[in-house]
Design a protein around this ligand. Structure first.
Ligand SMILES: *Cc1c(COP(=O)(O)O)cnc(C)c1O
Length: 373
């Protein structure tokens, strides 16, 4: 029978919004009352579902939202989100009308875009908020920090382009403390110089999750957490208590008795070692479950730990469950807790030679998200 929430295929991601709120409060307690929080909800809130995540954070008192594109900003506005929204990525000149129509703030780091915004603002009689991005060492977006002062002076007196913020981004806060401290110092010197010349910018921000946890000096007056809101850790030994928000679940749809020495799945990369039972779960790389986890990833069924055996297919994976009493319909946990065991997105990232960000962002739209908490 069809489950109205997840459809006919028993594979779903459970998203615990109570844990999301808990993590947001943890961030608040790290940064203190005076520092605002811009929740980073790009890429469908790191795979957790943009709108339910944004609604819960808005209700919990988040100040700002950060998204990657105009389209993501429009989705938030159309869902009734009224908080300020910053497009963290670049927009093209021919798309800027939407910023005025939907009241979205935008990142700027070149004069050309600023001029286009000023002209468009004058023609529609509305101002647009901008945050100036400064490159202090990331080597991605941002005006070179040496050129930032002049750039800001040129924008400061524009009528329809209003400077709401100034920001930068860390290149490797997780592993290079000296470099990150230098980025913070460069940014701080720019802020001081602007203040001295009477240029006051309301919002100053630099810290992503690792910046929040590791660099009090880098908080300025707003922070931009993404990863930690979802209960994921940027590195192993960090001093913040988080609760994972997403669990990935499926159910056994088939159990097959197999004799010793039989090959399992494409390429027979797994051979049964004895008479055994092979359980099949309806999830695969077509759902964003990485294929390079074949013969590596753990899976929990009835609280017991097994492994994915044989190659991960597009829509299915196999699990050698030995003589355990596993039957069709039993729940399987690919990310999450069961009994005393747990599997985290960080665990899978380690096995898949990637970062937890990619594991959760990669979970496809074929996996329904079910909201609890
Ligand atoms: C994605 C992003 C963040 C959030 O980073 P986390 O490491 O997930 O906290 C912050 N700032 C910018 C500019 C981003 O693009």
């Amino acid at each position: 029978m069809k489950n109205p929430e997840i459809g006919y295929r028993p594979t779903w991601a459970e998203v615990n919004l109570g844990n999301l709120e808990y993590n947001f409060r943890q961030v608040k307690s790290v940064v203190g009352l005076k520092v605002k929080v811009m929740a980073t909800v790009k890429a469908d809130a790191y795979g957790h579902g943009l709108l339910p995540v944004a609604r819960r954070l808005a209700a919990s008192g988040v100040d700002y939202f950060g998204v990657a594109s105009i389209d993501e900003g429009i989705r938030l506005r159309e869902a009734g989100i009224e908080n300020p929204i910053l497009i963290l990525g670049m927009v093209l000149k021919n798309n800027i009308s939407a910023l005025f129509d939907y009241g979205l703030s935008v990142t700027v780091c070149d004069d050309d875009l600023v001029s286009a915004l000023e002209i468009k603002g004058a023609s529609c009689g509305k101002a647009v908020g901008v945050h100036i991005k400064v490159d202090t060492g990331m080597g991605r977006l941002g005006v070179a920090h040496e050129d930032a002062f002049g750039f800001i002076k040129r924008i400061y007196n524009k009528k329809f382009v209003k400077i709401h913020g100034l920001f930068t981004h860390f290149a490797f806060a997780d592993i290079n403390r000296d470099f990150t401290m230098e980025q913070i110092a460069i940014f701080g010197r720019l802020v001081t110089k602007l203040k001295k010349r009477g240029i006051l910018i309301p919002l100053l921000h630099a810290a992503n999750s690792m910046g929040i946890i590791g660099y009090k000096q880098g908080h300025f007056n707003m922070v931009r957490p993404g990863l930690v809101l979802y209960g994921l850790y940027p590195t192993d030994d960090v001093d913040i208590k988080l609760k994972p928000v997403l669990s990935l679940k499926s159910r056994v749809v088939y159990v097959k008795r197999m004799p010793k020495d039989k090959g399992i799945s494409y390429g027979h990369t797994y051979i049964t070692k004895k008479d055994t039972n092979i359980a099949v779960l309806p999830i695969g790389y077509g759902d964003g479950y990485p294929r390079n986890l074949s013969n590596l990833a753990p899976v929990l069924i009835k609280g017991r730990k097994f492994h994915i055996n044989g190659r991960i297919c597009m829509d299915q994976v196999m699990v050698d469950v030995g003589s355990a009493k596993i039957k069709i319909g039993d729940e399987a946990i690919l990310i999450g807790n069961s009994g005393k065991n747990k599997i985290t997105a960080e665990d899978l990232a380690g096995l898949s030679a990637t970062i937890p960000y990619e594991i959760v962002c990669g979970l496809g739209s074929r996996i329904p998200r079910v909201y609890i908490g």
